[in-house]
Ligand binder design. Structure first.
Ligand SMILES: *[C@@H]1O[C@H](CO)[C@@H](O)[C@H](O)[C@H]1NC(C)=O
Length: 295
């Protein structure tokens, strides 16, 4: 007991003989060694914490949700179709990577041989002559059943899921090409009976699948987004408001009607002129009534 006690005492004497500055330096050394050592050790982990949180959430959800018991017409598994709400007025959603680059290429190839100058639905008093220049693209109509590759069928299926409106409500795909300088002045996809006469059915929503990137111009524009520019002075040829830049494989969905069935005035939209490159888009108009096969 005595020996031990004296040993400890001796040790204590040694420590104090080192002096306060040396102890301070020792502490500093271990602190720094620990600090840099740990930062080296964790260096590889750092970038993951800097990743945008959006990606992590998307990954988590995929794993987390378990499929419920389905009804006879339901589906077996949980599926994710990522989207961003671009606007509530009009109700517009953006779907990144809705289709693959290969699918887009194939649709363009299919359509290329059958392009014709795009037509307009004419209001009372309008003629092809006095509306010339409003819509200068070329296009063609093709239904999913006419496409033997099955790609349009897959796209149509996915649009039906994204909108929860059955594919029987969709018109044929209208595949359009805009070359440099070509555009579509602002217009409504829905038909106002006051201007176009009574309609058998009405367009509820439009889905645009961008088939190509456009180097410059060619944006889809919503001049009245959230009520802006709605005074009478708006020039319908002007490319203003919310603009969506085309990106191959991405989809844009917007609703032309309010839930109560009246036309949403902010759903006015158009295609800005292509400045550089070429714009290809596949449009699917979705109606409030089931469509006959040939429409
Ligand atoms: C329909 O809904 C819109 C938007 O909620 C509203 O502004 C409009 O007054 C409604 N019209 C009718 C006829 O109910």
């Amino acid at each position: 007991m005595k020996m031990k006690g004296s040993k400890i005492g001796g040790g204590g004497a040694n420590w104090t003989s080192l002096g306060l500055p040396s102890i301070f330096l020792l502490c500093l050394f271990f602190f720094l060694a620990g600090f840099f050592g740990s930062s080296l050790f964790f260096h590889q982990e750092m970038p993951s914490s800097l990743r945008p949180p959006v990606l992590e959430i998307a990954e988590e959800k995929k794993i987390e949700f378990e499929a419920l018991q389905r009804g006879d017409s339901g589906e077996e598994s949980v599926e994710t179709i990522p989207f961003q709400i671009l606007s509530w007025n009009p109700r517009a959603l953006y779907f990144p990577n809705f289709a693959t680059a290969e699918q887009c290429q194939s649709i363009i190839k299919m359509a290329k041989a059958h392009l014709k100058p795009s037509a307009l639905a004419l209001r009372e008093g309008e003629t092809p002559e006095n509306t010339k220049g409003t819509r200068t693209s070329s296009g063609m109509f093709i239904s999913a059943s006419e496409d033997k590759t099955g790609i349009l069928d897959q796209i149509e299926e996915k649009i039906a899921k994204a909108t929860m409106i059955s594919k029987t409500h969709g018109e044929s795909f209208n595949v359009l090409r805009y070359e440099i300088g070509q555009r579509y002045h602002s217009h409504y996809d829905a038909f106002n009976p006051a201007e176009y006469g009574p309609q058998k059915s009405q367009r509820v929503a439009s889905f645009l699948l961008y088939l190509s990137d456009v180097e410059e111009g060619g944006e889809t524009m919503f001049p009245f987004e959230n009520g802006q520019n709605m005074d009478a002075s708006y020039d319908f040829r002007k490319c203003i408001g919310l603009k969506v830049k085309p990106h191959r494989g991405d989809g844009l969905l917007f609703y032309s009607l309010f839930p109560n069935g009246t036309i949403d005035p902010t759903s006015l939209h158009g295609s800005c002129p292509v400045i550089k490159g070429e714009k290809w888009v596949a449009t699917k108009w979705i109606r409030d009534q089931e469509q006959d096969e040939e429409v």
